[in-house]
Write a protein that binds this ligand. Structure first.
Ligand code: CUA
Length: 311
């Protein structure tokens, strides 16, 4: 019975999220019953009775008030710290995670793996390896949700969001859209297949041979990005070699880490945050590229950093 309410634990997060969830439920129940019980008890015990003398003047005790303020205060901060540490791990994918792109649209999930293998709604991943999913939406707000992994995140039009997880056992698990997004919202989901690494590698071979990087490189040349981002000194656009993951200084003097979201923004709304020393010459590509194109371009720009790091 319980397994229908609480899904299987199939990721490294599941065994960390569940204890906190159970603790909060039980703790809240105890506090609720404790306070509610005392209210009822005091109401009956000290009710107004004819002839009974009940002075209404409350006693004042600094020690008592400090106790019931400080102890729950420390408890509250401890619970916050517990949640914050867990959230911090959830929000930062480890280096070297397997990268998979997901685009949500009414009403399907389009998935692209690192070698270009595509699938719709389903998701194939290897067991025992961190997987980072970079997501965006082509239309409205969606939400990528894999209950057995205890991961869930909004998928937002106009920006990238991401989740990561490490599956701990092979099998098939449900995948849902967890944000009401129109008529067929309830059908927007599928199955996550967690496979042995060899099986996953074999499954990947069944796909096309054009990786997101290669598609991105093709677009980079075909759309003329390379004209300004030539890498030469004096070029009209910044050199993109090694830019991913680095800190760049903007014209305003602010610094920004060039993550996926910044790269995306710089393609779609280039004038927003221009790198110091360059003019806002670049046109917006927001009506010219599909979300898949942008994912591919970002994959290509990221690969420029990986290559440099390998040298
Ligand atoms: Cu997409 Cu609900």
């Amino acid at each position: 019975m319980l397994k229908y309410i609480f899904p299987e634990q199939a990721s490294t997060f599941a065994t960390r999220v569940d204890p906190m969830y159970y603790f909060l439920v039980i703790f809240s129940a105890l506090v609720c019953v404790g306070i509610g019980g005392l209210i009822i008890y005091f109401a009956v015990r000290y009710r107004k009775i004819e002839g009974e003398n009940r002075p209404s003047k409350a006693l004042h005790s600094i020690a008592l008030e400090l106790t019931w303020t400080v102890i729950p205060g420390i408890g509250g901060i401890a619970i916050f710290a517990w949640g914050a540490l867990l959230y911090n791990d959830f929000a930062n994918a480890p280096e070297g995670a397997l990268e998979i792109d997901v685009v949500g649209k009414q009403w399907m999930w389009k998935v692209q793996h690192a070698n270009g293998m595509r699938e719709v709604n389903d998701l194939h991943v290897p067991v025992g390896r961190p997987v980072k999913i970079t997501m965006t939406s082509q239309d409205v707000l969606h939400d990528y949700y894999i209950p057995a992994f205890r991961v869930k995140h909004d998928v937002v039009p106009g920006k990238f969001t991401s989740i990561w997880f490490e599956a701990t056992k092979t099998g098939e698990y449900h995948l849902f859209c967890a944000e009401y997004c129109g008529t067929e919202h309830s059908l927007m989901g599928g199955t996550v297949y967690v496979m042995e690494p060899e099986d996953y590698a074999q499954w990947l071979e069944g796909g096309p041979k054009t990786s997101p990087q290669e598609s991105g490189q093709f677009l980079f040349e075909q759309r003329g990005c390379v004209t300004c981002h030539s890498g030469a000194s004096g070029a009209r656009g910044p050199n993109l070699m090694g830019v991913y993951g680095s800190t760049v200084t903007l014209g305003s003097g602010d610094e920004v880490v060039a993550d996926e979201e910044y790269l995306r923004e710089s393609i779609m709304q280039p004038a927003l945050r221009v790198v110091d020393g360059f003019s806002p010459l670049m046109p917006s590509f927001s009506n010219q590229l599909t979300e898949e194109d942008v994912m591919d371009l970002v994959a290509y720009i990221k690969s420029l950093s990986a290559e440099e790091g390998a040298e």
